[in-house]
Design a protein around this ligand. Structure first.
Ligand SMILES: O=c1ccn([C@@H]2O[C@H](COP(=O)(O)OP(=O)(O)O[C@H]3O[C@H](CO)[C@@H](O)[C@H](O)[C@H]3O)[C@@H](O)[C@H]2O)c(=O)[nH]1
Ligand SMILES: [Mn+2]
Length: 845
């Protein structure tokens, strides 16, 4: 049967036969048929294989010459055009408004420079396609290495338990040798709700995972699986399938009822136990007080103040398959021949104490890194946000194609997947899909030292997180524990480190005795990291609002490389904030975090020589991109001057200036079209990206610059504000969040830009009407208007956003807009025609 089943394993739409008897003998390289691809061609020269005849586990693709060469040529042409533009501007210095001219020269120099740096990093995009079939042939199940899977959550209300539960279920049911991976959930809320949700997950998974295995179900997150319109069948028992699915569906519904009522059950149970004895404890099932946070705040049980907790919910299943049984009277499911085991599942909530900065997600990740070292110590680690589930059950195998490849596998520190999102509004108003970044920028970096770390959907080599150097630069063989004190005060942990580097080591059950429990407790105390290098040279990096890019940078700086891995169907999927305010806050954190990186010791300019020169430029850009927007904001407010004065020119002769501007901007967009082509994205993706850039550039990014400036003066950093998850996901109006307006100061600058540009258009038309459309001044004014209209088109999604529910009918917006323009125009004509004397004096000035 399987021979007949073909599956798509990568973004190139290459049909890959399953690795089975029929195809196993075919040479691996031939196995991936050369796809008819009009963008990408193979870049493997066939000689690059590593030691001996080890087969290659991924294929390298580069952009076809017929696209790449004109693309590069255009970049060169634009560079020349920009230089010519500059030379011309220098020759034609304005004598009126010199300050304005000079400022705009500075701004343009910066635009030109940052554009150039940005383009330089995109000259050689590379795509790498994992070859799962060869991996299966060569490495069989038996030699696949161990993986520790980390999931982080922070709050059961802001991050609905529904997501976390589904993420964990998709992990427990993944297609990877069951005894070779373990799942860790870090709960920074420390709530009993999350812990009990996990115990429920463990019991539902005992049904869900075998069901998925038996019927090859995809995706293995039940909410998303049952939510699909059609559930195509890929298994071999269609007869059983309908019956099994119906039963599992019923079980899932009951399971969800239990999950939804957890907070009520826990409250009722606690009330019953607490009766009369004066304690307001939150009680576990056996009546014991929960060591984490309590429903009612109490000393030592508050959010920021509670003991550390490690609970092994599912123990390591042992290495022998345990096949299920046939259907019987008390078991309707026929799981004959299905492995019933479940991977290990551990709940962690690190200790929180007043006076200790818990370092948010980075701190949680480091705690998990240490705990997992004592419990499973897998050589590879993959991490997910609580709302990112495994969408393609084979996804855990794909990164192994890079990590185990004979070419540079040993020097590969991490494999990053693109982020894909569900529940984004169909036209993606606020560019949540971010395809330009995930499919353009990241493939470009993939041709350098590798993509940056993006926070979720990333597989790491454990030793890189311990701050180890890549083998390429390692003088001796691994000597992990030279500076044991840097890792904190736990010999159990430091002793575990050499083992954590051994790829071939199998994960075996550990004995959880009192000694181990004490060791685990030590590793998650707040004080553990005192005086150590955690958060600096070890683990996830601290004191930056975004821990991801900077942690990746630290690793690249040491000379490691990373790989970008996309597969089809998408490996993982998550949720994204579709509410304008939420989205802006998210981007505020990202841009603020970037600037913080620039002003920290992780500045790309001072990194050592192991950082690839273009990678350095890429990181420089990534940590400074908000700065340029201060000028963009200024340009967008410039029309204000035109409202008050008749004529004020940035540059004369104005006609030629505009012609130059239009030319260089147009060229930039033509280059953009080439990027659309090689990144394989749609025009809509690209437009949304342009639009959202201006929205952010007129509000969020300048605010981040302001924050940074304040931080430099006051020393107070930015706050990691949790991105709110769509709690309406299951309510009737899926996109209700899109139409909710939450006014915050962050919205003001962009709104002001909007108003100014609408007024400018009105004024321009008014002026032209007052002067007569054929005059020179009128022509200039109308030329300038082109930019106002451009700005308005780019800010269109924002305008819809602040209209809230009325944004559902954009016609209203257009009517309002025309009315506003007409009003300003008329006002202008009535107030200023006939032509006032003062402005004429200004003209001759
Ligand atoms: O004190 C905290 C705060 C957050 N988190 C977790 O961190 C993750 C990311 O937080 P979220 O608010 O969802 O941020 P997003 O903006 O959605 O996340 C993107 O940006 C972050 C960097 O700013 C990356 O860490 C994420 O992986 C990336 O998806 C979530 O799983 C949280 O549970 C914690 O574990 N502890
Ligand atoms: Mn998120």
């Amino acid at each position: 049967m399987a021979a007949a089943v073909t599956r798509r394993v990568n973004a190139l739409r290459v049909e890959v036969p399953d690795g089975n008897a029929d195809t196993a003998n075919a040479p691996a390289a031939k196995r991936i048929l050369d796809a008819k691809d009009d963008v990408w061609v193979s870049a493997d020269d066939g000689t690059s294989a590593g030691n001996g005849n080890q087969p290659l586990l991924f294929r390298t693709m580069k952009v076809k010459g017929s696209i790449l060469h004109p693309y590069r040529f255009l970049i060169l042409v634009r560079l020349v055009a920009v230089a010519a533009f500059f030379a011309w501007r220098l020759e034609h210095r304005n004598h009126d408004g010199t300050w304005l001219w000079a400022t705009s020269m500075v701004a343009d120099a910066w635009f030109g420079f940052s554009w150039l740096l940005n383009q330089l990093t995109k000259l050689n995009p590379i795509k790498r396609v994992p070859d799962l079939a060869t991996l299966a042939d060569q490495h069989g199940e038996a030699i696949l290495p161990g993986i520790d899977v980390f999931v982080t959550t922070a709050d059961p209300v802001d991050e609905p338990v529904l997501y976390t539960v589904n993420t964990v279920l998709s992990i427990l049911a993944a297609d990877y040798p069951i005894d070779k991976y373990a799942c860790y959930l870090s709960d920074d809320g420390g709530t009993l709700v999350h812990y009990e949700a996990m115990t429920q997950v463990a019991s539902f998974a005992a049904l869900w995972a075998p069901f998925c295995r038996k019927h090859c179900v995809e995706p293995r997150s039940p909410e998303n699986y049952f939510g699909m319109k059609a559930q195509p069948y890929a298994g071999s028992m269609p007869g059983d399938f309908t019956r099994d699915r119906r039963r599992v569906r019923r079980e899932y519904d009951e399971f969800m009822v239990r999950i939804d009522s957890l907070s009520t059950t826990i409250r009722q149970r606690s009330d019953a136990y607490n009766n009369g004895d004066g304690v307001h404890a939150t009680r576990m099932a056996d009546g014991a007080p929960w060591p984490g946070t309590w429903i009612e705040q109490a000393e030592n049980h508050r959010r920021a103040q509670h003991a550390g907790i490690v609970q092994v919910i599912l123990e390591h299943p042992g290495c022998k398959p345990q096949l299920g049984s046939s259907a019987s009277t008390d078991n309707p499911f026929d799981f004959n021949n299905v492995d019933m085991r479940l991977p290990m599942l551990v709940y962690i909530s690190r200790e929180k104490r007043l006076g200790y900065d818990n370092q948010k997600k980075a701190g949680a990740m480091n705690a998990m890194l240490r705990i997992s070292a004592l419990l499973s110590n897998a050589p590879f680690i993959i991490n997910f946000d609580c709302d990112h589930y495994i969408n393609n059950s084979k996804a855990l195998r794909a990164p192994m194609c890079f990590m185990l490849d004979p070419r540079d596998g040993q020097n590969t520190a991490f494999v990053q997947f693109p982020q894909r999102f569900d529940d984004v509004d169909p036209t993606d108003r606020y560019a949540n899909h971010n395809r330009v970044f995930f499919d353009g920028t990241m493939l470009a970096l993939n041709g350098l030292q590798g993509p940056s770390y993006l926070g979720t959907g990333t597989m790491f080599r454990r030793v890189t997180l311990y701050g180890m150097e890549p083998p390429r630069y390692r003088v001796e063989n691994i000597k992990l524990v030279d500076n044991a004190h840097e890792f904190g005060n736990s010999t159990s942990f430091t002793n575990s480190m050499p083992d954590g580097a051994i790829q071939e080591r199998s994960i075996t059950p550990v004995l959880v005795d009192e000694g181990l429990i004490n060791d685990l407790a030590t590793l998650i105390t707040c004080a553990y990291e005192d005086g150590s290098s955690w958060g600096r040279d070890i683990g996830w990096v601290y004191n930056i609002a975004t821990e991801d890019v900077v942690t990746g940078f630290r690793i690249h700086r040491q000379g490691w490389r990373s790989m970008y891995c996309s597969m089809e169907p998408a490996a993982f999927r998550g949720t994204a904030p579709i509410n304008l305010t939420e989205r802006l806050y998210q981007v505020l954190r990202w841009s603020g975090g970037s600037l913080e990186v620039f002003f920290s010791h992780n500045n790309a300019l001072i990194a050592g020589r192991r950082l690839h020169p273009l990678q350095r430029i890429a990181y420089f850009n990534m940590s400074t991109y908000p700065i340029v927007t201060v000028f963009i904001l200024a340009y967008n407010f410039f029309p204000v001057m035109w409202l008050f004065s008749e004529q004020l020119y940035i540059q004369r002769p104005f006609g030629t200036y505009i012609a130059y501007l239009v030319a260089v901007i147009a060229m930039m967009h033509v280059i953009g079209m080439f990027e659309v082509k090689w990144a394989g994205i749609t025009l809509l993706d690209w437009c949304r990206n342009e639009q959202f850039y201006l929205i952010a550039a007129t509000g969020v990014y300048p605010t981040a610059v302001l924050y940074m400036a304040l931080k430099l003066v006051t020393g107070k950093g930015m706050h990691f504000r949790l991105t709110s998850k769509q709690t309406e996901a299951c309510s009737r109006d899926k996109f209700a969040n899109l139409y909710t307006v939450r006014w915050v100061p962050l919205l003001i600058p962009t709104t002001a830009v909007l108003v100014v540009n609408v007024a400018a258009v009105g004024a321009a038309i008014g002026k032209a009407a007052a002067w007569g459309f054929s005059t020179d001044q009128a022509r200039h004014v109308l030329l300038g208007m082109v930019f106002n209209v451009g700005t308005l088109m780019l800010l269109y999604p924002f305008a819809l956003g602040i209209m809230g529910k009325r944004g559902k009918t954009p016609v209203i917006l257009f009517v309002l807009l025309l009315m506003a323009i007409a009003a300003v125009g008329l006002l202008y004509v009535t107030l200023y025609a006939p032509y006032p004397q003062e402005s004429l004096t200004f003209l001759s000035w």
